[in-house]
Write a protein that binds this ligand. Structure first.
Ligand code: FAD
Length: 322
């Protein structure tokens, strides 16, 4: 028996999300004695997954399957499940996996649970802990079907190296490619030269407190010093001060970095819904009553236009002494 992960790629290479799934699968397999198998699509470096406990990588090399298509990819994953006798399938919380999840569940006849944040509990039933109500609550959900599909919440388990001997197999089951005519990617706009928001370990985010788009220089500089991605609140994107792909929150991207720095953001519940999976939250706001302080781990009450430049200066000095 095996545990199968869908190993997504980022610029052709094994993604951070795939490494987290591998780490999760390895930790569970160490308890159950199962093999960990990954299925990837045109992965350039499939061997990297051995470092995170994957025993075998099925690499789909069919050029026609290079671009994501939820139906075609789900079909391949089903073929992999059958071939490897997989009882559990893990997918990440990327947009692609969110789309493919229900299709995979239907193809393999599995109970499907999303937003999973820990390994299955040791209990009579297969029970997993998951985030619910835009991360404001926790639920324990039992899956009673033979096959189980889990969508793991980003950064909830973390990446752990545990090298094993592994093998890579080319895997090209027959696929009905007509699905590409019905649902095809018509355009891909890549954000280049920046840390992708949903993969970022550190995010510097700013809101309407910054007064206008001309003031984002210091936010970008702070992000550069920290090697962070930049994000913003919804009104900032709506006003066109920042691109829409930076909008985080209930109606924007859901992020879960190790460190989230919020500058001039009030902390409305809809904003928090997208960021409260962050490990540490630092809030900079000139209003001591701003609701964000209640959710923050650290807070600085002060004018962003004074605090942020000082923070940049201190961080630069600290880095110069390293
Ligand atoms: C259905 C629905 C969905 C929504 N989805 C989202 C979502 O996904 N994401 C999201 O962000 N919002 C969302 N919103 C909007 C949300 O309710 C808030 O209106 C929004 O988050 C506020 O943005 P803000 O904090 O940037 O602006 P404001 O609420 O205007 O807050 C600005 C903050 O900056 C502080 N400030 C001002 N000047 C300074 C200064 N010089 N230095 C430091 N601090 C300063 C102020 O004290 C204030 O706290 C949604 C709303 C609805 C109704």
């Amino acid at each position: 028996m095996s545990i199968l992960i869908y190993a997504e790629k980022q610029n052709g290479k094994v993604s951070k999300g795939a490494k987290e799934l591998a780490s999760y699968a390895r930790a569970y397999a160490d308890k159950t004695g199962d093999q960990v198998v990954a299925v990837g699509f045109s992965l350039e470096n499939p061997e990297e997954l051995f470092q995170y406990g994957v025993n075998k990588v099925l690499n789909v090399t069919n050029d026609k399957l290079k671009d994501f298509n939820a139906f075609a990819y789900s079909h391949v994953i089903k073929e992999a499940v059958d071939k490897e006798n997989s009882k559990m399938v893990l997918i990440s919380s990327s947009n692609d996996s969110i789309y493919a999840g229900p299709i995979i569940a239907q193809y393999i006849d599995a109970g499907y649970v999303s937003n999973v944040i820990s390994l299955p509990e040791d209990s009579d039933h297969f029970v997993v802990k998951r985030k619910v109500f835009t991360s404001k609550g926790i639920a324990y959900t039992a899956i009673l079907t033979d096959k189980k599909l889990l969508r793991i919440s980003k950064n909830s388990f973390g990446i752990a190296e545990k090298a094993v001997d592994g093998s890579v197999e080319e895997f090209n089951p027959p696929v009905d490619l007509s699905v590409y005519d019905e649902y095809k990617v018509v355009n891909v706009e890549k954000v280049t030269g920046k840390v992708p928001l949903t993969d970022a370990d550190i995010i510097v985010s700013a809101g309407r407190g910054l007064k206008g788009p001309e003031n984002w220089g210091m936010i970008e500089e702070l992000a550069d010093v920290l090697g962070a991605a930049t994000a913003c609140s919804k009104p900032v994107a709506d006003l066109g001060w920042r691109p829409h792909q930076e909008h985080v929150g209930q109606t924007g991207k859901q992020v879960a970095p190790n460190l989230y720095i919020a500058v001039g953001i009030s902390g409305a519940i809809q904003h928090l819904a997208g960021v409260n999976g962050s490990k540490y939250m630092v809030v900079i706001n000139n209003d001591p009553e701003a609701p964000f302080f209640k959710a923050a781990d650290y807070g600085i009450v002060g004018d962003a236009f004074e605090v942020v430049p000082k923070l940049i200066e201190k961080l630069k000095a600290y880095k110069a002494n390293q």
